[in-house]
Every structure is written in structure tokens, then in C-alpha cells.
Design a protein. Structure first.
Length: 509
């Protein structure tokens, strides 16, 4: 079963045709459940209307009819609508399907106009998937197509595992088949593909599938978890991939109709999901990520803006890439710059973005390291907080690298505590609460062990920082308003919180 959204764009020459999601002129249509015969009838109807539209024979009524037909095109029709290769791209015989795998959702676009040329890249079209332990034993496998034999796993063991090439390249081609593999804990997940395929889509499928398994197993995914839950894994594999094509991988949706609980580890949390009536109707509805009939004593909405600062001083520093949850109305965002959505129940990631310019750094680190001969070193570090004086950072940790032959250290700090960690060869300076607009300093003397064989100069690794700054955003992003519309008009409490935390925050010295 296919769950997702159909995306179409209006074109003067070609009419309505499937396009990639991030274009500003998209029309987003929801998906409804229909039987295969009804779907094929709708496809034929839409093609006829589309031909009229191209020949300038359509009117506003036909345009409206075409719009109403588009949402019904994506249902259980993947086996019935294969790729059709033609010499002329504007010919229409049968619609073709292509897939785009996105985080926590499955998007399928139905192209009513053009079909892929010869040699184009298919989405995944996996022939088989294997779960192996570190010895190469097959824990679980599933064959989705008959274009590969059951002995393909032997080729993987012989040419990759036994030749110690597992850590070199995650993609190998053996005997006309491509092997995409990834190690998760003590398990290798191997996807076998016999034709040209999208590698990124395959690895994204593996990552999303592992996250799904962990949600059923209480956060654990290893050899023991697979052996204890092989029946459940087989059931999930049948749902998340159909004839080699990835389907819906959202745990929130799958748990509505696969209610079987996995065998959890003693340290995992207890499941809170309960069987939901009419689960199939909810899963295949236009709003499949939020089930109906949710009632709470207190209605609250918490909106957290969490920014992770990944920084290496010396690079230039703009909101570049934006990725939304499937519940967001993209049309309204493109026209009004307003994020409008029907939220799933519980906590979820609404939006991800990346910035490369105009970043306001929360801290500036000024290190000075002097090497006094071959046995002594002086380290002086000043950290300045550049956010407002009324704000503060929590859990600040500064790690200053020192040589491996460090024998003795002495410190002097104006705030927090400092100690030498021999396991990571660093001076670790911790400040529990760091007020804004302050400049604490740390000075240290380091005595080194003199070695006759040490002739190379010490290569200084970068200083690393860890922190969290509440009510501060490095990008300057602000939420202007947060409103909740609900047909019954109940009262809702809205909260907006800003957090900036360290991702990879490094300073070379």
C-alpha cells in the first residue's frame, strides 16, 4: 500500500505533470484509498482530460475535474504501471511511476506526460535484502524479485567479507549485481540490486528501516533483537517494501495497523501505543500521520527551535536548505511564508534548515599556546559570550588538546573547574552556568616527558566546545506567531522555546 502525497505542476505546454517537491509552484494533493480498477479508470480519465488541456480544448470545468482526479492516482497501482520507454518523450501510452524517498515519508509522483529515457536511474527496485551478523550468517532475508538467485549472499561473503573490504566502499558490483551494505551495531544490512538504482535512496531506506525497527524493539537493534523478533521483522519488511520499491516507513502510521509488540530489552521503555479502531481507514486517509478521536485534559502546543552550531573557525558563514515534515502545506509556505500544518500526535520534527552565512556565534574562543622548549608548555584560553547579558549558557565544556607525553598540569580559572583527562589527552574546562557578556579565562602550565625518539613537532588538534544556550538562535530566526485553529474551538496553550546547542564547534589554534 502506498501512502504519501502526489505532486503536480501546471505547464502551458504539457498540462499537469509530476515534478519534484521543492519547486515553489507545486500543487500538493492528498491520497485516498481506491481499488486498483477504480484507480486505472481514474488514470484513463485524467489522461483524456490532460490531452484536452494540451490541445487547448479544456475549459474551467475540465480543469476543476482534472484537479479532482489527481489525488486518486496514487494507490495500489505500482505493479500495474511499470516504466514505459519511448523514443518520443511527449507520447502517452500508460503513465509511468517514479519514487522520491524523503525523511519519515514516502512520496510518489505520477508522470502523465513523459517517461524516463533508456538508461535512467530507477529509485531502488531492490531485488533482495539480507541481514547478516559479523560472521556472515544470514539472520533474515527477503527476496522481492526473481532476477537474482538465493546464493547472492555467498558472493557477498566471498568477495567482500572474506577479503576484508567491508570498511572501504559501501557499494560493490559483483557478477552484474550491485551490493549496498551498511553496518548497524553488530549487523550488516545488504541490499542487492540487479539494475541501475539510486544509491542515496537505498541507504536512506536502510536508515529509516532501522529507526522503524528500533521503535518496535524499544530502541535496540542488534543480532539478539533480530533473533527475538524475526516474525515481526518479516511482517514489517512486507509492509515497507513492495516488489523492491520502498513504501511507507513512518512508525506512527505503521503502528496503527501492525500492533504486534516486539521483544524488548530489559532497559527499554514500555510501549504506550494502543490498538486503534478503524486503523486501515486512518492510515490510508489524506491525514495519515494523525489519528482521529484524540482527547486530552489540557491542550498544549510546544514549538521548540533547536539550532546545532557546526563550526570550524575560518569559513564564511544564509538559510540554505529547508526540509519540512510531510504534514506541512507547501503551497501556503511558498506564497505566504507561513508554516501551516495538521500536526501528528506527540513530538515530531516539523522543519530542518541549514545556514552558511550570517551566523551569530554564541561564543568566541581566543587561545594562546606557547611551547617553552621540549618539556614545558603554557596554555591561556579566553572565552567570551557574545549573547545578551540577561541570558546564560548551560553545560559549557571546553576541551583543549595537549600532547600525549603530558606528565603534570596545573590550572588557574576565573570560572568553573578544569582538569586533565589523560584518556583523551585534553584539558577539560567545565562551566555549569555561563552568563552572557562575560569573559572567563583559563591558564595552565603543562610539563611534558622528554623523549629521545620524538622528533616531529606536535600537530595541534582544534579546541572543541559543548554548550546549550536557551532563548538564543545563532541564525536570528524568530517565530512571529503560533496559532491553533480547531473546529470545536477548544482552548490551547502555546509555547515557543529557542535553544542553540553545539554541534561540531571547533577552533583551531
Amino acid at each position: 500500500m502506498i501512502i504519501g502525497v502526489a505532486i503536480f505542476e501546471e505547464d502551458e505546454k504539457y498540462g499537469f505533470h509530476g515534478v519534484i517537491r521543492d519547486h515553489p509552484s507545486h500543487v500538493v494533493a492528498g491520497i485516498s484509498e481506491l481499488k486498483a480498477g477504480v484507480v486505472l479508470a481514474k488514470v484513463t480519465e485524467a489522461i483524456t482530460l490532460n490531452e484536452k488541456y494540451k490541445n487547448k480544448q479544456t475549459n474551467q470545468e475540465n480543469k476543476t475535474q482534472l484537479n479532482s482526479s489527481l489525488p486518486f492516482l496514487l494507490c495500489e497501482i505500482l505493479p500495474f504501471l511499470p516504466y514505459q520507454e519511448k523514443q518520443r518523450s511527449n507520447q502517452i501510452d500508460r503513465p509511468s511511476i517514479f519514487q522520491i524517498l524523503r525523511p519519515r515519508s514516502q512520496l510518489l509522483c505520477l508522470d502523465l506526460i513523459r517517461t524516463p529515457p533508456t538508461g535512467s536511474v530507477m529509485p531502488v527496485a531492490a531485488s533482495a535484502i539480507y541481514f547478516l551478523n559479523l560472521r556472515g550468517d544470514v539472520l533474515i532475508n527477503r527476496l522481492y524479485r526473481d532476477d537474482v538467485g538465493g546464493n547472492m549472499v555467498d558472493a557477498f561473503r566471498t568477495h567482500i567479507m572474506q577479503t576484508k573490504e567491508l570498511g572501504t566502499c559501501p557499494v560493490r558490483q559483483i557478477g552484474g549485481c550491485s551490493f549496498f551494505y551498511m553496518r548497524i551495531s553488530n549487523v550488516y544490512i545488504v541490499i542487492v540490486v540487479s539494475s541501475n538504482a539510486n544509491v542515496a535512496c537505498a541507504f536512506k531506506f536502510v536508515v529509516e528501516a532501522v529507526a522503524l525497527f528500533k521503535s518496535y524493539f524499544g530502541g535496540a537493534f542488534d543480532e539478539d533483537a533480530i533473533r527475538n523478533n524475526f516474525v515481526l521483522i518479516y511482517e514489517l519488511l512486507d509492509e515497507i517494501m513492495d516488489f523492491g520499491y520502498p513504501q511507507n516507513l513512518s512508525p506512527e502510521i505503521l503502528k496503527l495497523y501492525i500492533t504486534q509488540e516486539g521483544v524488548r530489552s530489559p532497559f527499554s521503555s514500555k510501549p504506550t501505543d494502543k490498538p486503534v479502531p478503524n486503523a486501515t481507514l486512518q492510515v490510508t486517509g489524506a491525514v495519515g500521520w494523525r489519528r482521529e478521536g484524540l482527547v486530552y485534559k489540557k491542550n498544549e502546543v510546544f514549538l521548540d527551535i533547536v539550532e546545532s552550531v557546526n563550526l570550524l573557525i575560518g569559513k564564511t558563514i544564509e538559510l540554505d536548505d529547508v526540509t519540512f515534515h510531510q504534514c506541512v502545506n507547501l503551497t501556503r509556505f511558498n506564497s505566504e511564508k507561513t508554516v501551516s500544518f495538521v500536526p501528528p500526535d506527540g513530538e515530531f520534527e516539523l522543519m530542518k534548515y541549514r545556514i552558511t552565512e550570517g551566523v551569530n556565534l554564541p561564543f568566541r574562543v581566543l587561545p594562546t599556546i606557547k611551547e617553552l622548549g621540549r618539556t614545558r608548555m603554557e596554555v591561556n584560553v579566553k572565552v567570551k559570550s557574545v549573547f545578551g547579558a540577561k541570558m546564560f549558557a548551560l553545560g559549557v565544556v571546553i576541551k583543549i588538546p595537549v600532547p600525549k607525553q603530558t606528565a603534570k598540569t596545573s590550572f588557574q580559572v576565573t570560572s568553573g573547574r578544569c582538569k586533565y583527562n589523560a584518556a583523551i589527552d585534553c584539558l577539560v574546562w567545565k562551566i555549569r552556568k555561563f552568563p552572557g557578556q562575560t569573559e572567563p579565562t583559563m591558564s595552565a602550565e603543562v610539563e611534558l616527558i622528554s623523549t629521545m625518539t620524538e622528533k616531529k613537532s606536535w600537530t595541534r588538534p582544534p579546541i572543541q566546545m559543548e554548550f546549550q544556550v536557551p532563548m538564543f538562535t545563532a541564525s536570528g530566526l524568530r517565530v512571529r506567531f503560533l496559532k491553533v485553529w480547531e473546529k470545536s474551538g477548544y482552548n490551547t496553550v502555546e509555547w515557543v522555546r529557542y535553544i542553540t546547542k553545539a554541534g561540531s564547534y571547533e577552533i583551531r589554534c
